[in-house]
Design a protein around this ligand. Structure first.
Ligand code: ATP
Length: 217
């Protein structure tokens, strides 16, 4: 058993960052007593092409983190010149922190269901725990998980109280639903549709507006 507080890692394209991401960071922080949450904007995500430049996504992430003392913005994936793989980030963090440091990778349900497509995905659990947070529109049904995830889930899932090892466990957190996605925000902006209030922090909204981001489809 290891009682070192966990460091949360929340990676994303953050194109743009929104209230769902901030809710995930806060919920995981409170439910798992995390010492902090690292927000890690992806540099060149290998599965997609972001709409906004890395420097803009980073700046929006920094603005969103303001006023949340437990959040730290980690720029390593933006600075890396090669395609972004989570496994590389985890390896680097393992090198950087003390050997008994415990990490928890925070994923939405959709990202967790997609995990078997990630580079060296089984090794990810040799470096960190995983917390899966509910996301509206993506049901987590234990007996309908993608086949490669089934044994991993059944052997490794636990309750937050039992997340006591250094790595390798999976916990599911019932976050109250936050129905928002970056796609929805980009779509609203590109089509001059009203963007419902509360989907993203006003500082991020002001940045998008003043830098004319996401104006075309
Ligand atoms: P896009 O719509 O462009 O695909 P996104 O809204 O899914 O973007 P990402 O930056 O791709 O945002 O997501 C980063 C992480 O946040 C992923 O693990 C994703 O599952 C999770 N996530 C994003 N939005 C939510 C939400 N509303 N509720 C729960 N998890 C979320």
């Amino acid at each position: 058993m290891n009682s070192t507080p966990l460091v949360g890692i929340l990676g994303g394209t953050f194109d743009p960052i929104h209230s769902g991401h901030l809710a995930m960071a806060s919920f995981a922080h409170s439910q798992l007593a995390l010492s902090k949450v690292l927000l890690v904007p992806a540099g060149s995500p290998w599965q997609r092409q972001p709409r906004a430049a890395a420097k803009d996504r980073l700046q929006m992430t920094r603005l969103a983190a303001m006023g949340h003392p437990f959040i730290e913005v980690d720029t390593r994936e933006i600075e890396r010149l090669t395609p972004t793989y989570t496994i590389d980030t985890l390896e680097e963090l393992r090198q950087q922190y003390a050997s008994d440091q415990r990490f928890c990778l925070i994923l939405g349900t959709d990202a967790f269901l997609n995990l078997p497509t990630w580079k060296e995905w089984t090794r990810i659990l040799e470096l960190t725990h995983i917390a899966v947070l509910c996301r509206p529109g993506f049901d987590f049904v234990e007996n309908q998980l993608p086949i490669p995830l089934r044994p991993v889930w059944s052997e490794r899932h636990c309750t937050p109280e039992h997340l006591t090892g250094r790595e390798g466990q999976i916990v599911r957190l019932d976050m109250p639903p936050v129905p928002v996605s970056s796609t929805q925000i980009r779509h609203a902006l590109a089509h001059s549709l009203p963007c419902p209030e509360g989907l993203l922090p006003s500082s991020v909204w002001n940045y998008i507006d003043s830098h004319h981001l996401y104006r075309s489809a």
